[in-house]
Design a protein around this ligand. Structure first.
Ligand code: GTP
Ligand code: MG
Length: 385
């Protein structure tokens, strides 16, 4: 008699099988037989979703009232003014919100430009932002993206001009993730604002909901609504202790830091992200806050990887009390062909630009529930080059 453990897809849990591509859990026979029981294995469907697909590991959410408000925006063909935190926004899209605003005109305020390197090419950055929106199924062109640094009182004259143009006398709804800078946008807006109507600026519950909004009259029959931020539950910023949060949110422009890692080595971003090279050789450019140590460490030669222990031995900082056991982490496997380049962003923490010098297989460990975004589009292109 023999009993075998049924190998299942790490993501969807379906038992893996190589017989019927039409049934769940299908995995290419070559991949299945090559891997050992210790390998992280996904079925083809999950693999396709995970690779070069912007779907984050877990998604942020919005309340019922918030969605009711957006249904109104949709019914009145309003303008969506979408504020993002340029440093980390790729995993912050909320599927229900995205679905409701699809087809509406969108103006993107890509805020916190000051946290990205000065020499980064602004045109390329706007094109990158538009490409991320496009991947979400939201129609945004580079010219619909305005870069701002609202905490340093950057000029929002252009944004206001575009807002006026794009709203076509309809209402405008200011939306975006928590902490993206919506309130700062409103204060900058109010500084340049002359009330064209007899209505006063008001703060009240949006009709039929318990969503608190500020309504700024734009003319006698339309308003700009400042709305509460959508959830960032899949971001490190919502999951770590305040002291760690303080270390991961950059205070000034992130500096590019270089690292190389080959088979048997791991690149660490503080005690928060563990990027292991199981095969091959990669060059990395890391873009993380200056308090996040970027270090390379050797993996133990034998046995399973105890990620928390590797982080502790490497002496990286910051470290969180929430990452102790293997079950505190999610693991992702990424195959990159020789010569391929990609950006690998971790929600709330930063990103690596990675180029594979050989066919490489990487394994990324993050705190459970944290979103990750893979893209062949490059976020930072050095304007000097
Ligand atoms: N470095 C930098 N920080 C910014 C910028 N804009 C906003 N912040 C910071 O980001 C945080 C959030 O800004 P808010 O304007 O309150 O963001 P919000 O979108 O209204 O946040 P919620 O009301 O929680 O949804 C604050 O600590 C700001 O100082 C910016 O352009 N650069
Ligand atoms: Mg606010």
């Amino acid at each position: 008699m023999e009993m075998k453990v049924v190998r299942r897809c790490l993501l969807c849990g379906a038992p893996l099988q190589s017989e019927d591509p039409g049934k769940i859990g299908y995995i290419d026979p070559g991949v299945y037989t090559k891997r050992t029981a210790e390998d992280v294995v996904y079925c083809n469907a999950c693999y396709a979703k995970r690779h070069f697909n912007p779907a984050p590991a877990s998604v942020a959410a919005a309340s019922e009232g918030f969605l009711t408000m957006l249904k109104d925006a949709r019914a009145s063909d309003s303008l969506i003014v979408y504020v993002i935190d340029l440093f980390s926004f790729e995993c912050s899209f909320v599927p229900e919100v995205t679905r409701l605003i699809r087809g509406l005109p969108i103006l993107v305020i890509a805020n916190k430009r000051d946290l990205l390197p000065k020499e980064a090419d602004d045109r390329a950055l706007r094109a990158y932002v538009a490409s991320v929106f496009e991947k979400e199924g939201l129609s945004v062109k580079a010219e619909d993206v305005v870069l701002t640094s609202l905490s340093t009182f950057s000029d929002i004259g252009d944004a206001m001009g575009l807002l006026e143009l794009k709203r076509r006398r309809h209402d405008a709804y200011l939306v975006g993730a928590k902490m993206s800078g919506k309130s700062l946008f409103v204060s900058s807006f109010l500084r340049l604002f002359h009330n064209p109507s007899k209505e006063a600026i008001s703060v009240s519950d949006y009709p039929g909901t318990d969503v608190r909004v500020m309504a700024i009259p734009l003319d006698s029959s339309s308003c700009l609504y400042d709305t509460p931020g959508t959830d960032l539950s899949n971001s490190y910023v919502s999951l770590v202790e305040p002291s760690v949060l303080h270390d991961i949110v950059p205070e000034r422009a992130v500096r590019e830091r270089k690292l190389e890692a080959k088979e048997g080595e791991v690149a660490l971003a503080g005690g928060l992200a563990h990027l292991e090279v199981t095969e091959g050789f990669v060059k990395l450019l890391g873009y993380f806050g200056s308090e996040v140590s970027l270090k390379k460490a050797a993996l133990p030669k034998k046995g399973t990887t105890d990620v928390a222990r590797i982080m502790s031995r490497a002496g990286v900082s910051p470290r969180t009390g929430f990452l102790k056991e293997a079950t505190d982490f999610d693991a992702f496997e990424i195959d990159v062909a020789a010569g391929e380049e990609l950006d690998l962003a971790v929600a709330g923490l930063g990103w690596w630009h990675l180029s594979a010098k050989k066919d490489s297989r990487l394994r990324l460990y993050l705190m459970k529930g944290v979103g990750v975004y893979l893209s062949k589009e490059r976020k930072i292109v050095d304007g000097r080059k």
